[in-house]
Structures are given as C-alpha cells and as structure tokens.
Design a protein around this ligand. Structure first.
Ligand code: RBZ
Ligand code: NIO
Length: 347
C-alpha cells in the first residue's frame, strides 16, 4: 500500500452479525450464560473482526514499538535527556527492556520502527527505519511535521504492519518510545476529543508540579497555535510525533488486513484517535489493553468508547500494558473455539 487514500479505502467495517453468532454460541457452551463476562464480549469482537465465528485462534501476536524524538523536548517538558530514546531502542534490540521481558512472558514477537529518532540507533535485525527525519520540529512554535512527512510516517508504520502480518502476525499490539512524547499525546488527545489541555496533560515519566504547569501551558499554546483546523492529517502533523503517525499507520494497515489492534497507554491512544479520525471504520478493530495512569489515556478511551481490559496502574508505555492483555485476548478466542457445548456434556 503506497498511498494513504488507498490504505484508508482498504479498511472495511467489522461485521456485527458475527457478534450475534458469538453470543448464540456462548449461550450454548457448558457454563452458565454470561459467566465469562467481558471475555465473551472480547470474543464476539474478534468474530466481528475475522468475519467468522468462532474466530481464529490468536497464535502469533506481534508488538510494534514505534520510536521518535520531539522538538518540544527543548521546552523542558520531560526530565529525561533525548538520548534515552536511542538507548531504550538499543535495549529493545538487546531484549533487555520491560517490553521484552513481558513480551517473552506472553509469547509475543517484538519489532521496532525508528520512525524518527534524533540520534539513530545502530542497525539491528528487529529495527526498521522510516528514514524521514531525525525527530520532529517543536510543536510549541510550529507544526511538528509537514503533511508529507506525517504521511510518510503513517505509511512506514503500515509497511511494517504489513510485513509482520505477511510473516504470520494475527494480532498487533502497539508500543511507543520517545522522550517527551506524552506532550504531543496530550495535544492530540485534546484536539481530537475537545477536552482542555489542563484535563488531558499528565506527569508522563514523573514531573514535578512546576514542570506539569509548564507542560500544560505548552500544550495549550500548541493548541492555540494550531487553531480550529480539525482535519485529521493536518492535526496529526501539526501536534503529533513521528511515532504517533507510524502507529496510526500500523492500526490502519492491521484493520485493512482484518487483524485486531491492541492499544497500550496514552501515546498509543493518541495515535488511535488520529487513526479513527482518518478512518472511522478502524474503531471496530481496536481493543484497549489497559488504562494508563495518564489522564489523557482515559479521556481518549472514553472518546473512542473503549473499556480497557486491565488496570494495573501502569504508566510506562513501550507496549507493556498491551502485552499484558494478550493472554486475555488469546483466551477469549480459545473459549469460543474450544469449550464443549452443554448438549455435549456427558457425551
Ligand atoms: C528509561 C525510560 C524508559 C521508558 N520506556 C517508556 N518510556 C515512556 O516515557 C516517555 C514519555 O514520557 P515523557 O513525556 O515524560 O518524556 C516515552 O518514551 C514513553 O514510552 C520511558 C521513559 C524512560 C525515561
Ligand atoms: O501510560 C503510558 O503509556 C505512559 C505514561 C508515561 C510515560 N510514557 C507512557
């Protein structure tokens, strides 16, 4: 898929009639009706995505961690130096980050997309490089990306998603890495939900009260600079990051291939809002893995109408919360596929 309009057109709505079939099937299984609670809703969603009931087993889940740097880091919105983005990506490659530990515990393959890191990491078999730019411009003073740069990042994410699906991935979890990226996330969430900068801006990696006030002002100023234009692509380019754009591309490509998309924390929720604004039919493919502590995550999830699977008070990103939800999504499909019918009891 080499242009955005083609990618958007390739996404077809999920088919609700398969949810009905899933409900009927659940009612006939050897368990009291509704006794598996939201696991049943999840299985029904998987059936609507796959257009088949029971849905296929989730046998080969993948995680894409998109990484990028941010011009707005210069405003002092994060206590961490920008080089941490590069160092953490190298840690993903070495299999030493939190995301790797949880991915191997949950049986998930990890790939990393350098969507636009300021100091690019060394080449590694798990890294793909978008090759667009080395970090965004400062969204506080000017658009973070041009529309062309943003489109290229979306397509880079879509290309990696396609490659993972071609090599067997049947669920894609989203993860992010990018020092200062909770600032563009807050700006995107405010723009796409209509909530105030004050409400959706959080402490990110753990900033003090003074820095939080500064961050809220930076987000509010960026929203004022951007103005009322709610065109999804221009909004994403103006207020977002390269990793947000790339993750929106992953969601679009996965939806186009009828593959479920598992969201992580605030940064992937911001990317999901952009993807849904670009293509409303993407929504049916999204599953919220967890509720991040960041306030913008809850605002974004509420706007999308998504109820997260887990709430473990995580506030890391990298895909950690999405990864932890993978066994639950797998189990939802397994129940609908494998549990005996009431009529088979004693047979
Ligand atoms: C060592 C380290 C590992 C991380 N892994 C994810 N993040 C998370 O924190 C960053 C965003 O927070 P803020 O906007 O406050 O900078 C992102 O990179 C996010 O993925 C990390 C942050 C650090 C410092
Ligand atoms: O919840 C998240 O995803 C998160 C929170 C803080 C920093 N980075 C990510």
């Amino acid at each position: 898929m080499n242009d955005l309009a083609t990618l958007v057109e390739a996404v077809e709505p999920v088919e609700d009639r398969f949810a009905l079939m899933a409900d009927q099937r659940h009612s006939g299984l050897a368990k009291p009706q509704g006794s598996l609670g939201r696991l049943e809703t999840l299985a029904a969603q998987l059936a609507t995505i796959a257009r088949v009931c029971p849905p296929p087993a989730v046998g080969n889940p993948g995680l894409i961690i998109a990484a990028g740097d941010h011009g707005v880091h210069a405003q002092g919105v994060s206590p961490w130096p920008q080089e941490i983005t590069t160092l953490m990506v190298e840690s993903f490659c070495a299999g030493r980050a939190s995301a790797n530990a949880i991915a191997s515990a949950c049986g998930v393959r990890v790939m990393v997309l350098d969507a636009g890191i300021a100091k690019p990491p060394a080449d590694h078999p798990v890294i793909r490089t978008a090759g667009i730019m080395n970090g965004t411009r400062d969204l506080h003073v000017e658009p973070a990306m041009t529309v062309d740069e943003c489109t290229a990042a979306i397509l880079a994410g879509a290309a990696l998603a396609d490659r993972m699906i071609d090599t067997g991935a049947d669920l894609l979890a989203l993860g992010d890495m990018g020092i200062a990226n909770t600032t563009p996330s807050a700006a995107l969430i405010a723009a796409f939900t209509g909530q105030s900068a004050d409400l959706v801006t959080g402490r990110g990696t753990g900033i003090d009260d003074r820095t939080l006030d500064l961050k809220k002002t930076v987000v509010a100023d960026a929203l004022a600079r951007h103005g009322e234009d709610r065109d999804p692509l221009r909004t994403l380019a103006s207020l977002g990051g390269l990793e947000h754009a790339a993750l929106a591309g992953v969601a679009l490509a996965a939806a186009a291939r009828r593959v479920p998309v598992l969201l992580d924390g605030v940064n992937t929720v911001a990317a999901a809002l952009a993807a849904v604004a670009l293509c409303p039919d993407v929504l049916g493919y999204l599953i919220a893995g967890h509720r991040s502590v960041e306030p913008g995550a809850s605002a974004g999830l509420a706007h999308l109408g998504l109820e997260p699977i887990l709430d473990l008070e995580l506030r890391l990103g990298e895909g950690t919360g999405a990864l932890l939800a993978v066994p639950i999504v797998r189990s939802a499909a397994a129940v609908l596929r494998e549990v005996a019918g009431l009529d088979e009891l004693g047979a």
